[in-house]
Ligand binder design. Structure first.
Ligand SMILES: [Ca+2]
Ligand SMILES: [Ca+2]
Length: 169
C-alpha cells in the first residue's frame, strides 16, 4: 500500500467514533495481507479458513510464515482478546505441556510460560489435556484453558514478525 493511501486510511480510522472493524484494522497494517498488526508486538492472523487440531494448527501457521501465537504480556493479550471478541470463536495458542505435565512451555520459542491468562479453575485437565486454547464459551472470555490436543478443533491464531516486501524482519 502506498504511503498516501495508508495515511488516508489512518486518518479515516482515527476519525472514527466507533471501534475499528477487522477490515479497517487490516487496512492500517504493516503486516502481510490478511494479518493484523498490534503496534509494537507484531502481526497476527486469526485464521478463520480452518478449524484444526492443535498440531495441525501449528503446522498451518508455520506454512504461512509464522507460528502459533506466544502471549507474553497483558497488553498483548488485551489486544488479541479485543479482536477475538469481534470474531467470537475459539483459537489455539502455542502453549503446551505435552511430555511434561503441568510445566507449560511456548512451543516455538521453547520458553517456559511466565505471563498467563488462565480462566478460573484452569488448567484442570492433567495429562489428557495438554494444549491451550483461548476459549469463547462458558463466560471464559478468551481466557486460557487446557484441552485435548487432538479431539478438539479451533482456528489457528498465528503470530509473525513485521513484514517488509518479501522479507520478514
Ligand atoms: Ca507474542
Ligand atoms: Ca481445561
Amino acid at each position: 500500500m502506498n504511503s498516501i493511501c495508508h495515511s488516508l486510511l489512518l486518518l479515516l480510522a482515527l476519525s472514527h467514533a466507533q471501534p475499528l472493524t477487522l477490515v479497517e484494522l487490516e487496512a492500517r497494517s504493516e503486516c502481510q495481507p490478511g494479518w493484523i498488526e498490534l503496534p509494537g508486538y507484531g502481526c497476527y492472523l486469526f485464521d478463520l479458513n480452518w478449524s484444526l487440531d492443535w498440531l495441525q494448527a501449528a503446522r498451518n501457521c508455520q506454512k504461512l510464515g509464522g507460528h502459533l501465537v506466544e502471549i507474553e504480556t497483558q497488553d498483548e493479550q488485551n489486544g488479541l482478546t479485543s479482536i477475538a471478541r469481534i470474531i467470537g470463536e475459539d483459537f489455539w495458542i502455542g502453549l503446551t505441556d505435552i511430555g511434561h505435565d503441568g510445566n507449560y512451555r511456548w512451543m516455538y520459542s521453547g520458553n517456559e510460560v511466565s505471563y498467563t491468562n488462565w480462566a478460573a479453575n484452569e488448567p484442570d485437565g492433567g495429562i489428557p489435556q495438554s494444549c491451550v486454547m483461548m476459549f469463547s464459551g462458558y463466560g471464559y472470555d478468551f481466557g486460557w484453558t487446557d484441552i485435548k490436543c487432538t479431539e478438539w478443533s479451533a482456528h489457528p491464531l498465528c503470530e509473525a514478525n513485521y513484514y517488509q516486501g518479501r522479507k520478514m524482519y
